[in-house]
Design a protein around this ligand. Structure first.
Ligand code: ADP
Ligand code: MG
Length: 481
């Protein structure tokens, strides 16, 4: 047993979710990503004297939605606070945030890994605004500042220190990404920084009750990096303890090039920020009516759909997960079940044909040209034994992409309908047997597995049109002779 196995890793996350609102949190500036630097700014987001913030209603709505989805308690009264610090990309000199009372308290989410299913408790979710961006790598001797992001609305979702592995963190962050996309509160794009997290990592001897001292690795916007950072921290902290040292509470940066963490600054305390109530914003009261309205408008959640797909449509958990990864796909499948009773066939069609086509064409499901009636009819065509799966997928599907015609019409026009015709099949079977006398002998001596070979050969000779059942019966009969 290695010394590392004596310890348990404890991780808590602070997840930052950039909201997909049109305008910023406290003014009308455009909040979208990717514009030329310093074009989405105004006297308000720059914090000029005499300007006043005005709350964006959407930020409240989105926070409430996420809170409800995670089973949190929504605070009826919401105050804002100022968090003061000096930094070049923070023109106001403070961020507006919620310090005394966050909008959502508690709740949680299950995560499933090889280690089993564990419940991760949420501590709270609060609203705040983002800072601008300092860009250090454009020039060797200068830092550039882009304030487009200053004032963009954020939610910070803080978990309890309930994670025990980097893998659990990975699963959780993926589920968060999926959830915010289902709720349509954020695009969840980690590369663009819409979803990022700080990982608080500590270690303790297995069985110990008290948590170890933690370090906080800031701003992880790639799960691959987060996993490496957690792994590195775990080993670093254990090595330190084993050598008789102590872990100092620190804020760290992860360098993906070296794969190591390094201190950014000593951990600041709340009093360093001199929090005080934001004087320019009145409290926001969330009424019961408002809450009821949001509840009524909540979309189905990924885990609810997954369960429904397993229970109602008898899909495997694996397939249900694949189908619910994206809300658009899940709803598409759900609608398709109104047009066929062969749910497995429908799932196969979406997973093996439609999804690959969408990713190849870089299209969203909303742009998919084949309608549900056509797809339902395609599945029916296979079920009725009119065409094989292969013919349906490889020949009819591409035609359906181009026309609103029904599958049977296409199959007939292209002469693809399977043939049950005895004369037609017998001729093909005789040809195949005549061409392969060695294999016929081998079959008759007991190599019954060769039936697959004969089936394949007849299928090929018929260009996929031979009805498998009849062909199989015919082959078996002729081979007995
Ligand atoms: P701060 O605001 O100073 O960062 P918080 O008390 O809000 O501190 O905690 C931040 C995060 O640290 C939370 O996600 C929490 O779960 C996590 N955390 C707290 N203690 C530990 C610990 N000993 N090991 C790992 N994570 C921890
Ligand atoms: Mg923190």
């Amino acid at each position: 047993m290695s010394v590392y196995d004596k310890y348990e890793t404890v991780i808590g996350l602070e997840v930052h979710i950039q909201l997909g609102t049109k305008s910023k949190a406290f003014c009308g500036d455009d909040a979208s990503f990717g514009a030329p630097p310093n074009t989405h700014i105004s006297t308000i987001s720059l914090g000029h004297p005499g300007t006043l913030p005005r709350l964006n209603k959407k930020q409240i709505e989105y926070a409430v939605k996420l809170g409800l989805a995670l089973g949190a308690k929504i605070s009826p009264t919401n105050n804002f606070d100022r968090k003061n610090y000096f930094y070049a990309d923070l023109p106001k000199g403070y961020q507006i945030t919620q310090d005394r009372m966050p909008i959502a308290i508690g709740g949680g989410m299950d995560v499933t890994t090889e280690a089993g299913t564990r419940h991760i408790r949420m501590h709270h979710i609060h609203m705040e605004e983002d800072a601008g961006k300092s860009i250090h790598d454009l020039a060797p001797d200068a830092t550039f500042i882009d304030l487009n992001r200053a004032g963009v609305p954020l939610l910070e979702a803080v978990t309890e220190p309930d994670f025990r592995s980097a893998q659990e963190v990975d699963v959780f962050m993926n589920a968060m990404r999926q959830l915010v996309r289902y709720l349509e509160v954020s695009d969840g794009n980690m590369q663009e920084g819409s979803l990022r997290c700080d990982c608080n990592v500590s270690v303790r001897l297995k069985g110990a009750e008290k948590y170890g001292e933690r370090c906080e690795v800031k701003n992880m916007n790639s799960m691959r990096f987060a996993r490496r950072a957690i792994e590195f921290e775990r080993k670093r902290q254990i090595d330190l303890l084993e050598a008789g040292g102590k872990v100092a509470q620190q804020t760290l940066n992860f360098d993906p090039v070296t794969g190591t963490t390094a201190p950014l600054r000593d951990k600041e305390n709340a009093h360093d920020y001199r929090y005080f109530p934001e004087p320019d914003l009145p409290p926001v009261v969330i009424s019961d009516d408002y809450l009821a309205n949001i509840k009524a408008g909540m979309p189905a959640l990924p885990w609810e759909l997954e369960e429904e797909f397993v229970e109602k449509y008898k899909l495997s958990t694996y397939n249900a997960k694949l189908l619910t990864e994206e809300k658009g796909i899940a709803l598409f499948f759900q609608a398709l079940t109104k047009h066929t009773k062969n749910y497995k066939g429908a799932a196969n069609l979406v997973i093996n044909k439609i999804n690959p086509w969408l990713s190849e064409e870089k299209k969203s499901i909303a742009e998919f040209p084949i309608n549900h009636q056509q797809l339902g009819a395609l599945i029916q065509l296979i079920d009725d034994g009119k065409v094989s799966n292969t013919i349906a997928y490889q020949r009819i599907f591409p035609e359906l992409l181009k026309t609103k015609k029904m599958p049977l019409e296409i199959a007939e026009a292209l002469n693809l309908v399977q043939s049950d015709d005895a004369d037609f099949l017998e001729k093909l079977v005789d040809e195949v047997l005549a061409k392969n006398p060695d294999k016929v002998k081998a079959y008759q001596k007991g190599k019954k597995g060769l039936i697959g070979f004969f089936m394949g050969a007849v299928m090929k000779a018929s260009k996929g049109k031979a009805a498998p059942k009849t062909t199989n019966a015919l082959l078996t009969k002729k081979l007995q002779a």
